[in-house]
Design a protein around this ligand. Structure first.
Ligand SMILES: NC(=O)c1ccc[n+]([C@@H]2O[C@H](COP(=O)([O-])OP(=O)(O)OC[C@H]3O[C@@H](n4cnc5c(N)ncnc54)[C@H](O)[C@@H]3O)[C@@H](O)[C@H]2O)c1
Ligand SMILES: [Zn+2]
Length: 351
């Protein structure tokens, strides 16, 4: 078992290990000694698999448990589900000393976090991420959100949990497509800041050592979040592959998933960086090989002309420049402010 301390506006731990669902009641009790009711929020894929075990563990630790389960998928991360959760909490008379527990992937984590940030102006919450993406990305850092009709994650709050519990065994039931999707964020951390992590992934592919890899990803995200809790500076580095990736997601009308699109985006920016002499040729080649080892695509069929339009509407754009994150070498990346007029040429060299 690994315990990683996060110190931002609040101190909390990310606990990573096997069979932790059965221990989660005791782990939660240790950080919420005064809470009496735990409201578990989950989706209809995850709840049938894990809700009973979690409920039993919480009850053994003295919590009375109520649960709210909504249909799985991004389409549920909306204002309607959010209000249904708030009403459920109010109907069950949860008070400010009670807590919410998010059991599921990033969708459950994001909407539960936002409900916790706003119900009674803020109650405690615990994240129990069950997807790879949620373990290495969405459950760490305190960003919570729901989608609006106009776009993803447009309403939300910064709200840090009391505790994050990653039970590695839950990954066994995740679909291969969602597992691969999470792998894109995982290898991103290696390219950004950890050559040894990158090499482990390139060598072992999807059979990587889960405790080591997820632990390193959480530590690396922790380091960016600690320096920039409210996402106004260095946390931007986590967008490696994302500016092009978001454009690919949009152009495909979201039929290409986030992770696959980010993988393609990393491929494009690293080949472009190599072509422009920002990183050596073998760095871009290594990134392509690493993506391939994780069964991820490294290229897109979209043209530079098609890609730049959605890139210019990306919310990370600053005036006349787009901030791209590019590799210098494996484990070291930097910001490349690119003028709008130069963007098409840059992207084109990476296709
Ligand atoms: N808050 C943040 O900082 C942050 C960061 C990155 C992504 N996100 C958000 O995370 C969401 C994506 O997360 P996701 O990929 O986990 O999506 P998700 O929550 O939809 O989970 C993916 C699918 O896997 C299923 N699932 C999850 N765990 C399972 C398990 N152990 N066994 C079987 N099935 C399981 C879910 O029911 C769902 O169908 C997006 O909404 C995105 O905006 C947030
Ligand atoms: Zn991402």
């Amino acid at each position: 078992m690994k315990r990683i301390k996060i110190s931002v506006s609040k101190e909390y731990e990310v606990v990573i290990g096997n069979k932790l669902l059965d221990e989660s009641g005791a782990l939660v009790r240790a950080v919420c000694p005064e809470s009496s009711t735990a409201a578990v929020i989950s989706d209809d894929n995850v709840a049938p698999l894990y809700l009973r075990r979690l409920t039993k563990s919480l009850e053994n630790a003295g919590f009375s448990v109520v649960s709210f389960v909504f249909p799985h998928g991004e389409k549920s991360k909306n204002a309607e589900t959010y209000v249904e959760i708030l009403n459920f909490l109010a109907e069950n008379r949860l008070t400010r000393t009670d807590l919410l527990v998010a059991l599921g992937g990033g969708v459950v984590g994001d909407i539960t976090g936002f409900a916790a940030a706003t119900y009674l102006r803020g109650v405690k919450f615990v994240q129990i991420p069950t997807s790879l993406l949620a373990m290495v990305d969405s459950s760490v850092g305190g960003k919570t959100a729901i989608d609006l009709k106009a776009g993803k994650n447009l309403a939300g709050a910064f709200c840090q949990p009391e505790l994050v519990v990653c039970d590695l065994d839950t990954l066994d039931t995740l679909s291969p497509a969602f597992f691969a999707d999470g792998c894109a964020e995982v290898i991103k951390y290696g390219v950004l800041a950890d050559k040894a992590l990158f090499e482990h992934l390139a060598e072992r592919g999807q059979g990587f050592d889960r405790e080591y890899v997820i632990g390193r990803c959480v530590e690396l995200k922790r380091d960016y979040v600690t320096k920039d809790e409210f996402d106004t500076g260095v946390r931007m580095m986590l967008n490696l592959g994302h500016t092009v990736g978001h454009a690919i997601e949009k152009l495909s009308a979201y039929s290409i998933s986030h992770g696959y699109a980010v993988a393609m985006g990393m491929g494009v920016v690293s080949r472009a960086a190599a072509a422009k002499g920002i990183c050596p040729e073998n760095c871009a080649e290594a990134i392509e090989k690493g993506l391939e080892a994780l069964k991820l695509p490294a290229a897109t069929a979209y043209t530079a002309k098609e890609l730049i339009d959605p890139m210019l509407s990306d919310k990370k754009r600053a005036g006349g420049t787009v901030n791209l994150i590019v590799p210098y070498e494996i484990g070291r990346c930097g910001l490349l402010p690119t003028r709008v007029e130069e963007l098409e040429d840059f992207v084109n060299t990476g296709l």
